[in-house]
Design a protein around this ligand. Structure first.
Ligand code: ADE
Ligand code: ZN
Length: 340
């Protein structure tokens, strides 16, 4: 069995993917045309050539510009459908998907419009492929804590299908503490809490995501390794870290994939999963991330199975569904053993 077949056969969850980061250039062009908008690129190839980033901010500037072509509920439906079909083909059984409401409300597009598009696409994809998905509403950390609170107030009538809040965008200089009130309010509404921390920002931001925001899962968290006390805490409390190797390579968090700390994180006993982040911009969906860590980091078959298992355990699924997926993973391991 090829590594591609093996990866596809592993039942897995994807826990760190921004829906706006799944906007492939061809869909971006067709939506721009349909909506009578211009883009800073003339062709799909020109767009792809512009996807060479020096850091997180250089990516975010292009990513927010790209998202502006999303105008109608149908656009959001097509975006979500395209992602879910790709994810299902990669063996993803369940996805917890970030969306950035302020990127859209800031352009005058209301919650109902994009939530209708997302929810219809999730329901239809579930019927078509069996995949399930929940949404994670992110606050943009380059905007203020007050704006996050106002966004949450706007969201309150539209929270069906939203399992958690998250924190994304420009990390350096925008610490978690600024969003303490918004997170407290979200948790009081019954939402779970995750946060991007330790991607470009220091380990101190991981501490404050845990202690100030009450984050139950850390997105990226690769810089946690710089703080031994933090690593011990994350291991002891089994705090999941959603790691995105191809993203870290594209945004120069690491110089080469061979330098990625994922194997060290696994050896240290951290509950890490592998995810795609913004696959249309970083050159690979979740299956590509599994394949590339096998090729470049030597993560063997047992390691890939362990990562798929971690992704299930790290999700916000009910225990009964987690157990079903763990059983399915064990069956797929047995089938592969028989084929080998
Ligand atoms: N928004 C989309 N992708 C992101 C990332 N990798 N880090 C922070 N914010 C993001
Ligand atoms: Zn992210």
């Amino acid at each position: 069995m090829s590594i591609g077949d093996l990866v596809r056969a592993l039942p897995k969850c994807e826990l760190h993917v921004h829906i706006e980061g799944t906007l492939e250039p061809d869909l971006m062009f067709s939506l721009a045309e349909r909506n009578g908008m211009s883009l800073p690129f003339q062709t799909v190839d020109e767009a792809r050539a512009a996807y060479r980033f020096t850091d997180l901010q250089s990516f975010l500037d292009i990513y927010y510009r790209g998202a502006s072509v999303l105008q109608t509920a149908e656009d959001f439906y097509e975006l979500m459908t395209a992602y879910l079909d790709r994810a299902a083909a990669d063996g993803v059984r369940h996805a917890e998907i970030f969306f950035d409401p302020q990127t859209h409300t800031g352009r005058g597009i209301g919650f109902k419009l994009f939530m209708d598009g997302f929810r219809d696409a999730i329901a239809d994809a579930g019927r078509r492929t069996g995949i399930s998905a929940d949404l994670i509403m992110c606050f943009l950390r380059h905007l203020s804590g007050e704006e996050a609170l106002a966004t949450l107030a706007d969201a309150e009538a539209h929270l069906e299908g939203v399992v958690a809040v998250g924190l994304d965008s420009s990390e350096t200089g925008n610490p978690p503490e600024l969003f303490e009130e918004a997170y407290a309010r979200a948790r009081s509404l019954g939402l779970r809490a995750v946060a991007h921390a330790g991607e470009e920002g220091p380990p101190g931001y991981v501490w404050s995501a845990l202690e100030v925001l009450g984050a139950e899962r850390i997105d990226h968290g690769v810089r946690s390794l710089e703080d031994e006390v933090l690593v011990s805490r994350l291991v002891e409390e089994r705090v999941p870290l959603t790691v995105c190797p191809l993203s870290n390579l594209a945004l120069r968090v690491v110089d080469t994939l061979e330098d990625h700390p994922l194997p060290t994180m696994m050896e240290r006993g951290l509950l890490v999963s592998v995810n795609s982040d913004d696959p249309a911009y970083f050159g690979g969906y979740v299956g590509d991330n599994y394949r590339r860590i096998h090729e470049s980091l030597g993560v063997d078959e047992a390691g890939l199975v362990a990562l798929a298992r971690n992704s299930i355990l790290s999700s916000f699924l009910a225990e009964s569904r987690k157990n079903d997926l763990i059983d399915e993973l064990a069956r797929s391991e047995r089938d592969q053993g028989e084929l080998a």
